[in-house]
Design a protein around this ligand. Structure first.
Ligand code: ADP
Length: 496
């Protein structure tokens, strides 16, 4: 059975498109044997030598078509030549004379030329197709080799999320060999974790990008591999459209960022430890200065009091910096705790404004809206956010300019806006200023001191309150920082 299958497979011309091995032996032997059988049949079975004229044209045509399509030009040419020889053999053995002989030779010449032409054209087309298929296969193999050897993991799916392509690096990172044909969103490859929680298969980047058609950019996950090891990965995923905008595939690129993450964690640990170590002596220093101030109260030399005041100021600044460093490290490690309660945001703003107005004589902070706005959150942390935004507004605007604070609310949320008429922020920097340790590096703004931690801490605090923070700004005209917080739905208050 398998032999029959193999023979049929060998003879099938369609199955050999792209195969550039062209045999001459098979067309030669098959044609020769056919003509021998034809002669035996004519002389010994039909006993009519002239009977061959019935099929002598039909059979060679079929053979030329078949062999040129199976073995290229060689197949067609060999059958044509053998046919012409056979025709001359017939003319000779049937002893044609006179007009019959002339017509026989003419017909043989014309048919020979036609057969050669057909064999040549079909054979040439077949060889051209083979070449194209081989080039395409070569290109495919080249792309495969590139894909396999890329230092990042790559998964490609069809438009429905069935995996059609992936490279070795993917299996290395995920710690598991993923078979082709598995379905994204249905079959589990590995366990993905985000913010400490395992996510469902329908939340994986490839599934998300296929269903929302939006690209996934630099998303970080932790995966638990089958060997129990955890790895940090960064994924970019996107659908791939054809020229008409129809999805033809989706691809995701996986980067192993475990080493980078471990280094970051070590750095965070160091900052955390250093800040803790700095906190204690600074608190003592501050207390000593207060004690010294008290002890020297009676001392009349103004210069001593001025110096002590300056020292206290610097210590307070240092304490601020250290607590910001601690906050950054708490946010990084997810250890920031929030004591949430219902409180009036409008009153908290008022308190912050009053406290900060005292730090600046030349810039007025204008806050008029006093409508009660109840929110639920950590009052201390929201106060920290307000202080940061107002301090920045004061810091980044010139003398004499006003800072305006307003509050708006709808049924869902309260939005606070802190507007200044200061130096402003360029469009391309507006997202980045909320990143950790980011500062605008414009030579004009370089003179302002800071470490780029305030906005990062503020935004993270607001996000953890299920709110949002954003900025609208234009260079030279000023900036308005907004944050929203969900409104407390109903606040039960005692009427007594
Ligand atoms: P810091 O002020 O300590 O540098 P922040 O995180 O508070 O850090 O701010 C990050 C950067 O955003 C600042 O360095 C500054 O360039 C820019 N920025 C923040 N607030 C304003 C503002 N009101 N006007 C102009 N630029 C601002």
């Amino acid at each position: 059975m398998s032999l029959v299958k193999r023979v049929l497979g060998y003879l099938n011309p369609i199955g050999h498109l792209g195969d550039r091995r062209y045999s001459m032996l098979l067309p030669f032997l098959v044609t020769l044997i056919t003509f021998v059988i034809s002669e035996v049949f004519a002389y010994y079975i039909a006993k009519d030598p002239l009977i061959v004229s019935l099929y002598a044209i039909f059979i060679p045509i079929v053979y030329i078509l078949y062999f040129s399509f199976r073995f290229g030009m060689r197949g067609g040419i060999i059958v044509s030549i053998l046919t012409v020889i056979y025709y001359f053999y017939i003319i000779y053995t049937r002893e044609y004379t006179g007009n019959e002989l002339e017509a026989g030779i003419e017909t043989t010449m014309v048919l020979g030329a036609i057969f050669l032409l057909i064999g040549f054209i079909i054979g040439w087309l077949k060889q051209k197709i083979d070449l194209l298929i081989e080039e395409e296969a070569h290109e495919k193999r080249r792309l495969q080799a590139i894909l396999q050897q890329l230092p990042v993991g790559i998964i490609v799916t069809d438009s429905k999320g069935k995996v059609i392509q992936l490279n070795k690096r993917t299996s290395d990172i995920l710690g598991k060999k993923i078979p082709l044909g598995v379905q994204v969103g249905k079959d589990t490859f590995v366990e993905y974790e985000k913010d400490g929680k395992f996510i469902s298969t329908s939340e994986t980047p490839l599934y998300q990008t296929i269903h929302t058609r939006k690209p996934i950019i630099d998303k970080e996950f932790t995966i638990k591999r089958p060997d129990g090891k955890k790895r940090h990965i960064q994924i970019n995923a996107s659908v791939i459209n054809n020229k008409k905008g129809k999805i033809i595939a989706a691809a995701s690129i996986i980067n192993d960022i475990t080493a980078q993450k471990e280094l970051e964690a070590r750095k965070d640990d160091f900052v955390n430890m250093a800040s803790h170590e700095l906190k204690t002596p600074l608190t003592s220093l501050s207390l000593f200065i207060d004690g010294l101030n008290l002890a020297l109260k009676a001392y009349s030399d103004e210069r001593v009091h001025k110096s002590l005041g300056s020292i206290k100021q610097q210590v307070l600044r240092l304490q601020d910096l250290v607590s910001s460093l601690l906050d950054v490290s708490r946010l990084q490690t997810g250890k920031m705790a929030y004591n949430k309660e219902n409180f009036r945001l409008d009153q908290l703003i008022l308190e912050s404004v009053e406290a900060l107005q005292q730090t600046s004589e030349t810039k007025r902070i204008n806050y008029t809206n006093k409508k009660p706005s109840w929110v639920k959150g950590d009052k201390f942390r929201i106060h920290q956010v307000l202080t940061n935004l107002i301090t920045n507004a004061l810091k980044y605007s010139p003398e004499g300019r006003e800072i305006k604070i307003s509050i708006k609310q709808d049924s869902e949320k309260v939005i606070v806006a802190v507007a200044d008429l200061g130096i402003g922020i360029a469009k391309n920097q507006q997202k980045k200023i909320f990143e950790r340790l980011y500062q605008v590096t414009d030579p004009d703004t370089k003179t302002y001191p800071g470490l780029g931690m305030g906005l990062y801490i503020s935004r993270e605090i607001i996000l953890r309150h299920k709110g949002k923070m954003w900025v609208e700004s234009s260079i030279g005209k000023g900036s308005t920082f907004f944050f929203s917080l969900p409104r407390t739905k109903t606040v039960k208050r005692s009427i007594l």
